[in-house]
Design a protein around this ligand. Structure first.
Ligand code: SF4
Ligand code: SF4
Length: 732
């Protein structure tokens, strides 16, 4: 070993020892913080499916590849990181001797070829990502950036490190070529040979370059170890467990979509008949009341801003960005951790758990962080502003986009639950809706005995369950479908089409109450459970003696569809629920309904969040429209998975939209820009919001917002009186 190698070896060992020590300390700290969360035993089920999903999502980059170029570039960088770690290891042999290499595989030409290819593709990938980050930097003139609010130096730092590590990998090889100590042939390593052609014949070059490569890699490790909230770097390790422990691994995409998580205390679903707010956790009031998976979610965020770029609240000037929300919770959790780890925290009655002696050694910043309210405005020093919390429509665009499967909607609703159930703190205008749900069983407060009024004037009988027992489908009408004028037209259209197709169906009539969706999304789990239990009982009675496959329900409202199909199972109600567009598509496909007169004038379709993103039903409504309209459907730029919310979900239908641009107006402008005369919808709330938007723009005469079922009815029974345009006033 020459004198240069003695120096390079000592320096490499020293910096590595420091980096590894700091990294071990950082990992222990991160684990300690994540362990502060509540238990989540359901995350340990079905390990085979979890492992499968994790491998598919990471190795296949299935979620990242939704963003074509970025996804592909990131894939090469990821593969580069994993495979080229071997070359960092090899550098430790090269600091000792410039001709050194990995034992065994380091002599294989195939290894030389594979690492050469991955180095080059990794270089291209990282340069693409660097250009994309620079072109989208928040400070660039004009335009909005998904990186607004991200810690930009961290992104740049990580990218430069990757770039330099890749470059120095080639430089090491280049020196080996230049000194004639390179084992791989030209055909397998042309780039290394090209680099070698311009480097001097310096015998210690490979050792010095290897030291620089190690120093760059260890600098990265030291910096990220000193910054445990640096998700842009840590996600390389945390993404794997975060995806493994996602809520429903078997769900094809967006597993944090569809059903909400039940309310839990100590990891067990809360039973309101026995629950006690002094003993049980009601929602989330403090960051440590999220489950450990919640804290892992916050730690894993890469600050990529994909969620932010799709969020309807953020895009219309509201203070909510799902990314910034996650980052605020992450930073708060890590800043509060010393206080919590010292034994601090509030018990369920609000009393401090720690003794003064336990907290005596803490610095003032940790103590101050421990005192911060989780929800509170700037004046009260809250971590999350109430305007942020209540701006969410639970549309799921953030969950859908997140490459590391963060479950934003669950976290938002958990925080809402505490605010509603314990603090009674929520937008006051929603109070009327909640009172109506409790007292009248519907958000409008309409008399229950008018639930069947929509059947008046139909030229056939609509039977109630109990009057017939051979019905195939129970037609779940929903509150909007029963009480809201515009939605009643959809209900009548669906009933008429089912009757026309000879489908045997029956309704619950006055036995139906609200599914509970608005109560659950606003955070009032108590009212949700009250309504849901009542409905589950009624439905179980209606289907008594039938196996699950024959407990078929058709619903026109995607919110009811989602709640009945995905959430009633949590309360013992197992049903086969279809949306009316699915059933209608089936009836047309099997010849039971025949469109005879195409509807013309241009049609576009707005995907309701709870039908599309939350339940992956994109094709059925388009199939129905494809059969019923003249020409092709005109798609809006934001459609299917990337559809833009109408603004009504998450109980926002019942809250005023006081900040920023109205979400429905943004969506209507997009729909009108297609030139279509008809905007087809599949949800009564979307219908209300978009009609409202069209009327607000004074375009009610030129553009019609109408349900897919009504479009089909016009095509199947053109002679049928249609009851005029669906432009009734909002509400009922
Ligand atoms: S659910 Fe929708 S509105 Fe709520 S944070 Fe996510 S993207 Fe924004
Ligand atoms: S999409 Fe996921 S990883 Fe990216 S910023 Fe949003 S929460 Fe973080």
């Amino acid at each position: 070993m020459g004198s240069v190698q003695i120096v390079t070896t000592i320096l490499a060992a020293a910096i590595t020892a420091v980096a590894v020590w700091l990294a071990v300390r950082a990992v222990l700290k991160m684990v300690a913080v994540i362990r502060l969360g509540q238990p989540a035993p359901e995350r340990f089920t079905d390990k085979a499916a979890r492992a499968r999903t994790m491998l598919v999502e990471t190795a296949g980059h299935t979620r990242m590849l939704k963003w074509g170029v970025v996804g592909a570039a990131h894939w090469f960088v990821m593969v580069g990181f994993v495979v080229l770690s071997l070359l960092v290891l090899e550098a430790y042999f090269e600091v000792v001797t410039p001709t050194g290499g990995l034992p065994i595989i380091g002599h294989w030409t195939i290894f030389g070829l594979a690492t050469e290819i991955i180095t080059v593709l990794g270089l291209v990938g990282i340069l693409v990502l660097m250009v994309i980050r620079l072109r989208n930097r928040p400070t660039r003139p004009g335009g909005r950036s998904r990186f607004t609010g991200s810690t930009m130096w961290q992104g740049y730092f990580v990218e430069w490190i990757v770039l330099l590590v890749l470059i120095f990998g080639l430089v090491i090889r280049g020196f080996k070529v230049a000194t004639d100590h390179f084992e791989y042939p030209l055909w397998a390593t042309p780039v290394s040979h090209a680099v070698g052609a311009v480097l001097p014949d310096w015998s210690d070059g490979a050792s010095v370059a290897a030291l620089i490569k190690i120093a760059i890699s260890m600098t990265w490790l030291i910096v990220i170890s000193l910054n445990v909230t640096m998700g842009v770097a840590w996600h390389r390790f945390l993404a794997f467990p975060n995806i493994f422990f996602k809520r429903e691994p078997a769900r094809p995409a967006g597993s944090g979509l569809g059903a909400l998580r039940p309310m839990t205390s100590q990891g067990k679903p809360l039973d309101f008949e026995e629950a006690d707010p002094e003993k049980d956790q009601f929602g989330v009031a403090h960051v440590e009341q999220f489950s450990w998976k919640g804290l892992l979610d916050f730690s894993t965020c890469t600050e990529c801003g994909r969620c932010q770029s799709q969020c309807p609240a953020w895009n219309t000037g509201k203070p909510l960005s799902p990314k910034l929300l996650v980052l605020s919770l992450r930073d708060h959790a890590y800043a509060k951790a010393p206080y919590l780890l010292a034994g601090g925290g509030k018990d369920l009655t609000g009393e401090e758990k720690a003794t003064q002696a336990q907290l005596a050694h803490l610095d003032v910043l940790s103590l101050a962080e421990g005192d911060k309210p989780l929800i509170g405005d700037a004046e009260s020093g809250g971590v999350i502003d109430p305007d942020v919390l209540w701006s969410c429509t639970t549309c799921g665009a953030c969950v859908e986009q997140c490459p590391v499967d963060i479950e934003h909607v669950d976290h938002i609703v958990d925080m809402r639950r505490y605010q509603v159930l314990i603090e009674s703190s929520f937008p006051s205008e929603a109070g009327v809706m909640l009172r109506n749900l409790e007292n009248k069983g519907n958000p409008w407060g309409a008399p229950q005995n008018t639930r069947e009024d929509w059947t008046k004037g139909l030229d056939f009988e609509v039977p109630r369950v109990g009057e017939v027992d051979d019905f195939e489908y129970l037609f779940w009408v929903g509150c909007a479908g029963a009480f809201e004028d515009r939605a009643k037209k959809t209900t009548r259209a669906v009933a008429t089409l089912l009757n026309e197709a000879g489908v045997k169906f029956a309704i619950l009539g006055e036995d139906e109450t609200c599914s509970g969706d608005p109560a659950r999304r606003i955070g009032n789990e108590f009212v949700f459970q009250m309504l849901a239990q009542q409905n589950v009982e009624t439905l179980n009675e209606a289907f008594e003696g039938r196996e699950k496959a024959k407990r078929k329900i058709v619903a026109t409202c995607p919110h009811c569809f989602n709640t009945l199909g995905n959430e009633y199972g949590q309360l013992g109600g197992e049903f086969e629920v279809v949306h009316h567009t699915q059933l209608l598509a089936h009836l047309v496909a099997t010849g039971k309904l025949t469109p005879v007169q195409p509807v013309d004038g241009g049609v576009t379709y707005h995907d309701p969040c709870y039908l599309g993103r939350h339940n992956r039903i994109f094709a059925a409504p388009r199939e129905v429209l494809g059969d019923a309209i003249a020409g092709d459907l005109t798609e809006m730029p934001r459609n299917s998975e990337r559809s833009f919310c109408c603004g009504a979900g998450g109980a926002r239908m019942w809250m005023e939209e006081k900040i920023g641009k109205r979400i429905n107006v943004d969506r209507v402008e997009e729909a009108m820009a297609t030139g279509a005369k008809t905007v087809a919808v599949g949800c009564p709330f979307c219908s209300t919001m978009l009609n409202d938007g069209v009327n607000g723009k004074g375009a009610g005469e030129q553009v019609e917002v109408i349900d897919v079922a009504s479009v089909l009815l016009r095509s199947v029974k053109p002679e049928q009186p249609q009851g005029g345009r669906e432009t009734a006033p909002v509400g009922g």
